[in-house]
Ligand binder design. Structure first.
Ligand code: SAM
Length: 225
């Protein structure tokens, strides 16, 4: 694909992720993930020899980044935003980036709740970034996610949190209270998000306070025994 075609195709897409597609073409995402969010999640610098599952991948920034970091195999999964909607362009961004990068990232259309290790296999690293608060049933979703980790595997969760210390609690958004988006359902506080991860059967749950923080967001790492 030449530069003109790449630029023209990129300009027709409503991007969530800011990605350098090469040939000087940079997509217009909502934020610059490479600068703002990637440094916050504690993704291992090298993923050589490890398999990765990116749940809620959208345009695929993190899945392609894992491939760039040497992952042996990467699977990108999404459902909601991979369906074309009037104000968005579905999976077009993922497809174009995949083509531009000559990527080997696999993809599967699947709702979190329907993910099943008998079909998808288990992964050494699972990314669950910006998805937890979109879940109607967050504990059930985390139980499904936990089952996708290989023994010794690492789960990285990035999420909206409410800034309230104390006992585990979640704020419920029956309408569009959070960011005007009706697909947001729950805002846990940090202790609730940690407790949900433990209750889902994960081990060594850590709130990654040593990483750069964004207000109203938090990152957790957890492992599978
Ligand atoms: C806020 S975006 C986060 C995108 C990306 N993970 C990131 O952190 O930049 C939430 C993503 O989760 C996906 N998502 C929401 N509900 C989902 C579900 N039930 N099953 C699979 N994906 C879902 C959306 O389609 C969207 O791509």
């Amino acid at each position: 694909m030449d530069t003109t075609e790449l630029r023209e195709r990129a300009e027709k897409i409503k991007w969530y992720h800011t990605m350098d597609l090469g040939q000087g073409v940079i997509t217009h995402g909502c934020i610059d993930q490479a600068k703002v969010t990637l440094p916050r999640i504690g993704l291992p610098e090298s993923l050589a020899g490890r398999t990765v599952l990116d749940i809620g991948a959208w345009d695929g920034f993190y899945a392609f980044e894992c491939e760039r970091r040497g992952a042996e195999a990467v699977m990108a999964v999404d459902s909601y935003m991979w369906v074309p909607r009037p104000e968005f362009t579905g999976k077009a961004g993922f497809h174009l980036a995949h083509e531009a990068y000559k990527s080997r990232v696999y993809d599967q259309f699947c709702d979190v709740i329907d993910l099943d290790p008998r079909r998808t296999g288990r992964y050494d690293v699972v990314l669950f970034l910006g998805v937890l608060y979109h879940m109607r049933h967050p504990l059930l979703a985390l139980e499904r996610v936990a089952k996708l980790l290989a023994p010794g595997g690492l789960l990285i969760v990035e999420t909206h949190v409410v800034e309230r210390n104390g006992s585990p609690m979640m704020e419920f958004y029956p309408g569009s209270e959070l960011g005007g988006d009706p697909s947001n359902w729950w805002g846990p506080n940090v202790s609730c998000a940690s407790a949900l991860l433990s209750a889902a059967g994960l081990a060594r749950v850590r709130h990654m306070t040593e990483l750069p923080q964004l207000s109203g967001r938090a990152v957790f790492h957890a492992e599978c025994d």
